[in-house]
Design a protein around this ligand. Structure first.
Ligand code: SF4
Ligand code: SF4
Length: 368
């Protein structure tokens, strides 16, 4: 059965915020909010230095809508695995404020869902596809406690998964640090010794102190490594690389983590994808690059697989911005990053998260 995906098109002179409100009404994505229930409004509030993350003004309108429906919203995300401005609750709150995310702007408290070293609420991964050995996923405690989850995803490129949307937001964004590490384990940076000149830059930057020099080359202690790939980015010689098959494996893991979060909230979850500022790299990157295609609009659905598939299809059909380097044809975001980015959606569909088959319903009310 086709899943419904609702679309508010930016083309034409229509108010975007009122369009967003009407999109929520048409798609019924807020219908499952229980009266007086807590609502986790989950989004990425941007890495320090990133400028293409979702604007707080959209979140404010959605927070107001949640309140109108009787819910008690809080705006939330989880800490990052790698070094930067979001590694701890304190740092993330400071970065969020710098990026315009404070209670006064969004109308609800900002809560870091796995703050203070929270290890998450462990949930076994019961249904596993071949190639995935994830046993358990720790859902970030403050998200797990919520009565309803509203997932807001800024759709953009991603160096490992090709793109990031609703499925990735569930899988990586709603879980605690250890569960992030377990997913990243699927795609470790691998050393090509022939390219290494022994400069030790990777040793100095590794946040887990997992690298030591042995015979003039870095040697990784697997138990210490958190699979953040900071060493890969630090190496000017390109000696660390990701193996292509592992990028697909990483997506398989993503789909399993997403399915755990989805099971927790089934019937009490809604998704909104924002197709704007579609950069080659994700909101964790600073800079994330220039936009690849013009801004398109906003999608809403109850189905994370369908909304991501619709997002990718729209990007595939868009006219690329001159000089963006975006390849033509199917899965152009995946091909930009040398990966089959549909693996996460095919795997998620097989795990029962949703359907790749969808019906696009355009919101055409011109009174917005
Ligand atoms: S940064 Fe690169 S070149 Fe330098 S030691 Fe590490 S792997 Fe070798
Ligand atoms: S060895 Fe590389 S991937 Fe592992 S923790 Fe250190 S920087 Fe991160």
């Amino acid at each position: 059965m086709k899943a419904d995906v609702f679309f508010f098109d930016y083309s034409g002179d229509r108010g975007v915020l009122s369009g967003l409100e009407k999109l929520c009404t048409a798609s019924s994505i807020l219908k499952g909010i229980p009266e007086g229930g807590s609502v986790a409004v989950k989004l990425h509030m941007g890495e320090l230095g990133n400028i293409s993350y979702l604007r707080p003004v959209f979140v404010r309108r959605l927070v107001d809508l949640v309140k109108k429906r009787g819910g008690k919203p809080f705006v939330t995300d989880t800490v990052a695995l790698y070094p930067g401005g979001r590694t701890t609750e304190r740092k993330y709150l400071s970065t969020a404020a710098f990026n315009g995310y404070v209670e006064e702007s969004v109308g609800a408290p900002i809560v870091i869902a796995d703050g203070n070293g929270d290890e998450g609420v462990p949930v076994p991964v019961e249904n596993r596809l071949q190639g995935c050995d994830l046993r358990e996923i720790g859902i970030a405690s403050r998200i797990n406690e919520a009565d309803f989850l509203l997932v807001l995803s800024h759709v953009k490129g991603h160096m490992i998964t090709g793109f990031g949307g609703a499925v990735k937001n569930l899988a990586m964004g709603c879980v605690a640090r250890e569960a992030k590490k377990e997913q990243h384990r699927a795609n470790p940076p691998l050393l090509d010794e022939a390219r290494c000149d022994g400069c030790e830059a990777c040793i100095r930057i590794c946040p887990a102190k997992a690298l030591t020099m042995k015979g003039g080359k870095p040697d990784r202690e697997a138990e210490k490594c958190i699979f953040c790939s900071t060493c890969l980015f630090a190496c000017d010689s390109g000696a660390f690389q990701w193996e292509r098959g592992n990028k697909e494996r990483f997506q398989l893991y993503l789909a399993h983590a997403a399915s755990v979060v989805m099971q927790r909230f089934r019937g009490r979850i809604g998704f909104i994808n924002f197709l704007q500022d579609i950069t080659p790299c994700c909101d964790c990157a600073a800079p994330a690059g220039r936009a690849l295609v013009p801004d398109m609009g906003i999608l809403a659905s109850l189905d994370p697989v369908a909304i991501d598939r619709a997002s990718l299809d729209m990007i595939d059909k868009a006219v690329a911005i001159d000089g963006s380097g975006l390849p033509e044809g199917p899965d152009r975001m995946g091909r930009l990053h040398n990966v089959d980015s549909l693996v996460q959606l095919r795997s998620a569909e097989r795990l029962g998260l949703g359907s790749m088959d969808y019906r696009l319903l355009e919101h055409t009310d011109s009174s917005a």
